[in-house]
Write a protein that binds this ligand. Structure first.
Ligand code: NAD
Length: 390
C-alpha cells in the first residue's frame, strides 16, 4: 500500500516560448511515472488550462491500473502542460510541444516511458514530439510516442481504438445482462476523439443517440441525433451549439447528465458525475469513456441506485491497448492491418472484461472494485517478486 500510493517520479518543467508577437511566455509542464515496475511507463499528454501536478499524478496512477488490468507489459505515466492551446497559433503550439519534449527527454524513450495523445493533443503533436526526440538522438525513433500519423510509424486503428474498446465492452456487458444493445437510448458527454467514435459506432449499430455535448454546450433530440452530420460539422472546427437544426434542443451539460436514457457515456473530463448530480442520474448503465468522470462519493450513490458502472480502467482501455500495438509494431518495424488490430484489441479487452465480470460475480462486488482487485494485485505481485532495491 505504501509503495503504490506514491508515484515513482515527477518532473516539473518550465517551457519558455517566443510568441508570434515577439513576447516571451513561460508555461509549466509535467511528466509523471507512477509505476514502471511491470514495464516502461505509458500514458497520454494533456494540454489544458487546469493541468496541475496532482491531476497528472492521478492520471498516471490510473494508467498503471489500466495497463495492469489488460496485462500489458507496461507501467503507468502521464504528462501535461498548463496551457489553453486554443489561445496559441499553430507555430506557437509547435514550439511549445518541441520545448516540452526537450525538457522531458531524459525520462521518455521506447524502453523508459512512451507518451501518447490525451485531451487537446493529437497525431500532429505526437509527430512533433517524435521528431524532437529523434533529432536529439540522431536517428528516427518512432517508438518514443504512440498515436502518431500512420506515415511516420503510427498504427491503423489507433484513432478509433478507445471508441472501439468502449463498444466491445458495452456489447459484452449487454449480453451478460440480457439487454438488446440496438434498442438502447444513449447520451454522451464530450464529442472529441472518444465521444465522437463511440457515438458513430453505436449509431451504426442502430442505437438512438439522444444527446451529445462539447465544451460549448449540449444538444438533444428525442428522435435521435444525426451523428454523421454532427461529426462532419465538428471536423470543420464548429461548436455543437451552433449546429443548425431547429428540431435539436440546446441544453446544458448538467441537463445532459441527468436526462433519462439507458446508457450514459461521460467522455469529456474527470469529476463530471458528483454527489450533486448523481442522485438525478436516470440511466441503467454508466460507461466511463473519460478517465475519472465519477467522484468516489458519486460512485456510492450510483451503486445504491443499482446503476451498472463500467469503470474507466476497463471501459476506455482500448486506447492504451492499440497504443501498445503501435509501440510493438514500431520497435519490431513490422506493421499489422486493421483486421489484426481490431481482432487483437477485442481479444485482450474481452479477456479483461470476463475476468472483471467473474470476480465481481464471485465476490458480489462492483465491476470497479473487481477491476481494481485484478489490476492492483498484478502490480503488488510484481513488487513482491522484484523486491525492494537495494
Ligand atoms: P478530446 O480533446 O478529443 O475531446 C474532449 C471533448 O470533451 C471535446 O468535445 C470537448 O469539447 C469536450 N469537453 C471539454 N471540456 C468539457 C466540459 N467542461 N464539459 C463538456 N464537454 C467538455 O479528448 P479525448 O481524447 O476524447 O478524451 C476524452 C476523455 O477520454 C479524457 O478523460 C481522456 O483522458 C479520456 N481518454 C482518452 C483516450 C484516447 O485515446 N483519446 C483514451 C482513454 C481515455
Amino acid at each position: 500500500m505504501k509503495f503504490i500510493k506514491r508515484v515513482e517520479r515527477s518532473l516539473i518543467v518550465s517551457i519558455p516560448i517566443r510568441k508570434d508577437n515577439g513576447e516571451i511566455e513561460i508555461f509549466e509542464g509535467y511528466r509523471v511515472h507512477h509505476s514502471t515496475i511491470r514495464g516502461p511507463g505509458k500514458g497520454g499528454i494533456r494540454f489544458a488550462p487546469g493541468v496541475n501536478l496532482d491531476e497528472v499524478k492521478a492520471l498516471a496512477t490510473w494508467m498503471t491500473w489500466k495497463t495492469s488490468l489488460l496485462n500489458l507489459p507496461l507501467g503507468g505515466a502521464k504528462g501535461g502542460v498548463c496551457v489553453d492551446p486554443k489561445k496559441l497559433s499553430r507555430n506557437e503550439l509547435e514550439k511549445l510541444t518541441r520545448r516540452y519534449t526537450a525538457e522531458i527527454i531524459n525520462i521518455i524513450g521506447p524502453d523508459i516511458d512512451i507518451p501518447a495523445p490525451d485531451v487537446n493533443t493529437n497525431a500532429q503533436i505526437m509527430a512533433w514530439m517524435m521528431d524532437t526526440y529523434s533529432m536529439n538522438k540522431g536517428r528516427a525513433i518512432p517508438g518514443v510516442v504512440t498515436g502518431k500519423p500512420i506515415e511516420i510509424g503510427g498504427s491503423v486503428g489507433r484513432e478509433s481504438a478507445t471508441g472501439m474498446g468502449l463498444y466491445y465492452v458495452i456489447e459484452a456487458l449487454c449480453e451478460k445482462l440480457n439487454i438488446d444493445l440496438k434498442s438502447q437510448e444513449i447520451i454522451i458527454q464530450g464529442f472529441g476523439n472518444v465521444g465522437g467514435w463511440i457515438a458513430r459506432l453505436l449509431n451504426n449499430h442502430g442505437c438512438k443517440i439522444l444527446a451529445v455535448s462539447d465544451i460549448s454546450g449540449a444538444i438533444y433530440y428525442e428522435e435521435g441525433l444525426d451523428i454523421e452530420k454532427l461529426l462532419e460539422w465538428r471536423s470543420q472546427g464548429n461548436p455543437l451549439k451552433s449546429f443548425n437544426d431547429n428540431r435539436y434542443k440546446l441544453i446544458t451539460n448538467n441537463d445532459l447528465i441527468t436526462t433519462q436514457c439507458d446508457i450514459l457515456i461521460p467522455a469529456a473530463l474527470e469529476n463530471q458525475i458528483t454527489q450533486e448530480n448523481a442522485n438525478d442520474i436516470k440511466c441503467k448503465i454508466l460507461l466511463e469513456g473519460a478517465n475519472g468522470p465519477t467522484t468516489p462519493k458519486a460512485d456510492k450513490i450510483l451503486i445504491k441506485k443499482g446503476i451498472h458502472v463500467v469503470p474507466d480502467i476497463l471501459a476506455n482501455a482500448g486506447g492504451v491497448c492499440v497504443s501498445y500495438f503501435e509501440y510493438v509494431q514500431d520497435i519490431r518495424a513490422y506493421f499489422w492491418d486493421l483486421d489484426r488490430i481490431n481482432k487483437e484489441l477485442k481479444r485482450i479487452l474481452l479477456k479483461a472484461f470476463e475476468e472483471v465480470y467473474s470476480v465481481s460475480k464471485e465476490r458480489k462486488i462492483t465491476l470497479r472494485t473487481a477491476a481494481y482487485i485484478l489490476a492492483v494485485s498484478r502490480v503488488a505481485k510484481a513488487i513482491e517478486l522484484r523486491g525492494i532495491f537495494p
